[in-house]
Ligand binder design. Structure first.
Ligand code: P1T
Length: 389
């Protein structure tokens, strides 16, 4: 089915790139495992397929779905979100500058600071989520602005349209849309050039696959990303493509449930004496609440908060949880709790973490789609343990 803008997100997620199989009529895209494809004479590729690193039917189908749900025209699937980040950054050359915020996934910080800086990229991490301040930091070497919004783990919201409108020509704007997902925001519609994803999270949705994606509306950018995809080879297996595509089919029903459960937990936390501060853009008390309402069609199921009793209270809270599993990652149907200071953001130097508020009493929750009452009861009893050692 050719995708057209008249189809809504749920329809695109289920149909785009997913025509019933022409030979068998199978309504689910086949998992094609062949690593190579017979040529009809040298260079006679059937439907463009030659070798599975370069292209695979299951992956192509997923890429069509990814492009359609992000309102893009081109997409490339990767073996992880980190591989997708690498593909975007590969657009730059030594001496070029990338601007980002400190408040990004710790692995993105580590990649830029410990891999690309050594290679000659100038990486600047700004302690702000204010679009004007980010724009003011642009220099004549800046080639890429890379942002997450909402950010990981502090859930700051950054004005994508303001960055897109205010950056000078020649500066690409890439948005890591892992947290919001296309169910809540489409950065390309707001003027971004590139959308990146860790499909490991909400897109896959079930904590059973690693994946990444890069989506654009620009054939030339896509060709360069595709060159990198083929040259480096960090491609997802056909089975992983199937899992991500299967997850995407239910994205639009999962996200409101994640949001609803997270809202209830954020409200509980906000009222609780054991909690010092809650970070949840769906709460009117969040400093970027108005921007979040303007930019997104809802908020993801991520809630971060600081406990009043310092690190010891955070440890007791995490030990006390019964339904929430202490684990990295997010966006799956099951609820997870994470301690960003040493887990997801352990690669960021302590002084920088403290400066932006990734403190030793910070906990991040990925709120799943279990029954709200059960999740609330679990958080409540763990808070009681945190408050009374
Ligand atoms: O883990 P991987 O699929 O390679 O994705 C990296 C990545 C990229 N962008 C964002 C916003 C992310 O949150 C991640 C991975 N994050 C975690 C594992 C985590 O627990 O935050």
């Amino acid at each position: 089915m050719a995708d057209t803008p008249r189809h809504g997100l749920a329809t695109r997620a289920i149909h785009a790139g997913q025509e019933p199989d022409p030979r068998t009529g199978a309504v689910v895209v086949p998992i094609v495992t062949s690593s190579t494809f017979k040529q009809d004479g040298v260079g006679g590729f059937r439907d463009g397929f030659e070798y599975a690193r370069t292209g695979n039917p299951t992956r192509r189908s997923l890429e069509q779905t990814l492009a359609a749900i992000e309102n893009g025209t081109h997409a490339r699937a990767f073996a992880s979100g980190s591989a997708a980040t690498d593909a975007v950054v590969s657009l730059l050359s030594p001496g070029d500058e990338v601007l980002t915020t400190i408040d990004v996934y710790g692995g993105t910080y580590r990649y830029l600071e410990q891999v690309k800086a050594r290679w000659g990229l100038v990486c600047r991490f700004l302690a702000t989520s204010d679009a004007e301040e980010i724009l003011a930091a642009i220099t004549d070497r800046t080639r890429l602005i890379w942002i997450e919004t909402p950010t990981n783990p502090l859930l700051n919201v950054i004005d994508i349209a303001a960055l897109a409108a205010g950056r000078p020509e020649g500066v690409l704007l890439a948005v890591d849309n892992t947290f919001a997902t296309p169910a809540l925001q489409n950065p390309l519609d707001l003027g971004a050039d590139i959308v990146a994803h860790s499909a490991t999270k909400y897109l896959g949705g079930h904590s059973d696959v690693l994946g990444g994606a890069v989506i654009t509306r620009d054939a030339e950018l896509d060709e360069r990303i595709g060159f990198h995809q083929n040259a480096v080879g960090a491609v997802p297996s056909p089975f992983d493509c199937f899992l991500v595509q299967r997850g995407i089919k239910t994205l639009s029903v999962r996200m409101p449930r994640h949001e609803d459960n997270a809202r209830r937990i954020a409200s509980l936390l906000e009222e609780h004496p054991a909690v010092e501060r809650v970070f949840f853009p769906g709460l009117p008390s969040h400093p970027h609440h108005e921007l979040a309402r303007r930019q997104m069609r809802g908020v993801p199921g991520m809630v971060s908060f600081r406990l009043a009793g310092g690190r010891a209270a955070a440890d007791r809270f995490l030990d006390g949880l019964e339904l929430f599993a202490l684990a990295e990652s997010l966006g799956g149907v099951e609820s997870l709790a994470c301690y960003p200071y040493t887990m997801t953001h352990g690669a960021i130097p302590d002084a920088q973490k403290q400066a932006i508020g990734i403190t030793e009493n910070l906990v991040r929750l990925s709120v799943g789609i279990e029954d709200a009452a059960d999740l609330l009861a679990d958080v409540e009893q763990a808070l009681a343990r945190a408050a009374a050692p």
